[in-house]
Structure formats: structure tokens, C-alpha cells
Design a protein around this ligand. Structure first.
Ligand code: SF4
Length: 330
């Protein structure tokens, strides 16, 4: 490890990723040259809300890591690993749970919100594991003494909790943990789903990373456009159109002319969608080829994960040594 600073980030293994994840992955790829990076397949976290689907986790891990590698994560630069194979995550979580007041977890904004939302979808997540997941996240970060964590705005409360937990541990025992900072990438444009809602697997409104031309075409055809536009010559309002939101990201340099043609009724939605599908396909083609190549050698993915786990265990083992000494004395 160099003294560049350390980043920890992860994703739950939910299978193939979609274009909504692309900006996160692009950011990870950039961070690889600036930090010592640990990218974690958060399989223990997947159990907190999806223990009924535990048997899908291994297959989903392969699919997700294939997307990571196809998008440019480099196992030579970053440790890519499964959380559950680095046992220190569970150990530190347990240690921290002894000194974390219950009220700190109960007040995490996503807690009650998620219980209600997932409850409405028929999921019972009134479990000890679900209450404790922000603390598991804190353990994930502190284990590598990460000083930076790339997050969305909605996850900042988790970073704040991690900082509080680190302060409390350092105060009660010995100063072991640095306080991490959340890095929010402001300019990341949020891609909606094809229906205009948040892109999500559960809403079935997504396009996969490296999708094939049929999937792209089918989903672009289903995108919601300006409902007031009946004829091709009617002036349109791109601001209310999902296709336009995609053009903003995938056709940035042509955006002005696309908007003018729409507003002036000089182009039809069919042609506009065709142009978008072409751009998405152009972008998907290289990722798709890399993805297929990676998935044709599942043993390669396994090797990447094993090497990442060995690297992660080294760092995590050193931290736990310090934690044990701080708590129990040497
Ligand atoms: S022309 Fe394009 S931007 Fe305008 S409403 Fe149709 S699909 Fe949307």
C-alpha cells in the first residue's frame, strides 16, 4: 500500500448492473489512480434485506463483478473482494456494537423509512441485522482506516454515524481510527428509469450495462416522451421527456440541436429515440464484449476475488490487532 489515502466502497450483489450504476463505476475507475481502493461485494449487507434470496448471492456476485471489470476496475490497482470472506468485517462489527448506543442506530433516517417501504412490498425486515446494517457499514470503512468514502447525498448520515462511532471508540479505548470523509460527486447526472422514476431493478424500468441491441431498442421505445406532442410537427418540451434526460448524458455535444429540433417540431419522437438507441449501442458494444469475455472464464473472476481478499485480509488483520490491543490490552 502507498500513502495515497484509502477508499472503501461497495455494492450489494444484486446481479447485472444497470445504466443507473454507470456513473458510480466511472467514478470508481477514476479514483483507482488517486487512492488505495478497496471495492467490496457487500454480500453480508445483501442478507440484511434479502436473506430469503441468499442462494442467488454467488451467481449475482459473478454477474456484478463482471460488470465492474468490464467497466474498467483494475484488480492490479484495487482490491476487489467479497465482504463475507474477510472475517474481520464481522468481528469489528461485533466489537463496535458493544459501544454503540441503540439510539444512534434508531435515528438513522433510512431505518424507519426502509422498514415502511419494504414492509409495503411484503418484506419483513424487523430484524437485529437490519437495525445494525449502518454499523456494519461503519465497520467496513473503519477496518481499512479509509479516509474517504464515495457516497450519494442520501448516504451522508451513514458517514456521520461512522465518524461518531470512530470518535467514541478512540475516546473509550485508544485512538485507532481516523474519521472518514464522504466524497459526494456533485456533477453526477442522475439517470431516470425508462418510465421517469428512479432506475431500479425492482421497478423493471432499467437498461443493463452492456445490454444487447434488442434490449436497448425495446427499452428506448418504451421511454416516456412529451405527452402533449401528438404529431411530429407539434412543438415539444424536452424538459418533460425521459429520452431527453438520456440525451443529456449520452449525446451531450448534440444536445442543443436535439432540443431545438424538438421545440421547433422539426423532428419526431421516433427519430429522436432511434438516435438515442444508436448512441447507447455505441457505448454498450465495448463493455458487452469485455463482459462476455470475462464471463466465459468464471475462474478468472474467482482469482480476482481471492487475490483481493488476500490483500483485504492483510490490512483488516492489522487493524483488528490494534483493536484487540486497544480493548483488551496487550
Ligand atoms: S422529440 Fe425527442 S426530446 Fe422531444 S419529446 Fe420527442 S423524444 Fe422527447
Amino acid at each position: 500500500m502507498t500513502n495515497k489515502g484509502t477508499i472503501l466502497s461497495g455494492m450489494r450483489p444484486t446481479g447485472r448492473l444497470h445504466l443507473g450504476h454507470q456513473s458510480v463505476l466511472d467514478n470508481w475507475v477514476d479514483l483507482q489512480d488517486q487512492y488505495n481502493c478497496f471495492f467490496m461485494v457487500a454480500d453480508l449487507h445483501a442478507l440484511t434485506t434479502g436473506w430469503e434470496e441468499a442462494r442467488d448471492i454467488n451467481r449475482n456476485t459473478l454477474e456484478m463483478v463482471a460488470d465492474w471489470l468490464a467497466s474498467g476496475l483494475d484488480p492490479e490497482k484495487s482490491a476487489i473482494f467479497r465482504q463475507s470472506n474477510v472475517l474481520q468485517h464481522a468481528e469489528l462489527h461485533l466489537m463496535l456494537s458493544m459501544v454503540t448506543p441503540l439510539s444512534w442506530l434508531e435515528r438513522v433516517p433510512t431505518y424507519k423509512d426502509q422498514i415502511q417501504k419494504l414492509g409495503e412490498m411484503g418484506k419483513d425486515i424487523n430484524t437485529y441485522g437490519f437495525l445494525g446494517y449502518p454499523l456494519l457499514m461503519a465497520a467496513d470503512i473503519l477496518l481499512y482506516k479509509a479516509n474517504a468514502v464515495p457516497v450519494g447525498e442520501d448516504q451522508l448520515p451513514h458517514i456521520e454515524l461512522t465518524r461518531e462511532v470512530a470518535r467514541r471508540f478512540n475516546h473509550l479505548f485508544k485512538p485507532v481510527f481516523p474519521e472518514p470523509q464522504g466524497i459526494v460527486k456533485k456533477e453526477v447526472a442522475v439517470l431516470p428509469g425508462i418510465d421517469g422514476a428512479k432506475m431500479s431493478k425492482s421497478y423493471h424500468n432499467y437498461i443493463s450495462i452492456g445490454a444487447d441491441p434488442e434490449e436497448i431498442q425495446k427499452n428506448v421505445n418504451l421511454m416516456v416522451t412529451d405527452p402533449a406532442r401528438i404529431r411530429k410537427t407539434d412543438p415539444g418540451n424536452p424538459e418533460v421527456c425521459v429520452v431527453h434526460k438520456f440525451h443529456r448524458i449520452y449525446n451531450r455535444e448534440l444536445l442543443e440541436s436535439i432540443e431545438e429540433a424538438c421545440r421547433g417540431g422539426r423532428t419526431g419522437c421516433v427519430a429522436c429515440k432511434k438516435q438515442l438507441a444508436g448512441s447507447l449501442e455505441k457505448q454498450a458494444v465495448a463493455v458487452r464484449a469485455r463482459r462476455q469475455e470475462i464471463l466465459s472464464k468464471p475462474s478468472y473472476i474467482e482469482e480476482v476475488l481471492r487475490a483481493g481478499e488476500a490483500k483485504a485480509r492483510q490490512v483488516a488483520g492489522r487493524t483488528m490487532q490494534e483493536v484487540r490491543e486497544a480493548v483488551f490490552g496487550s
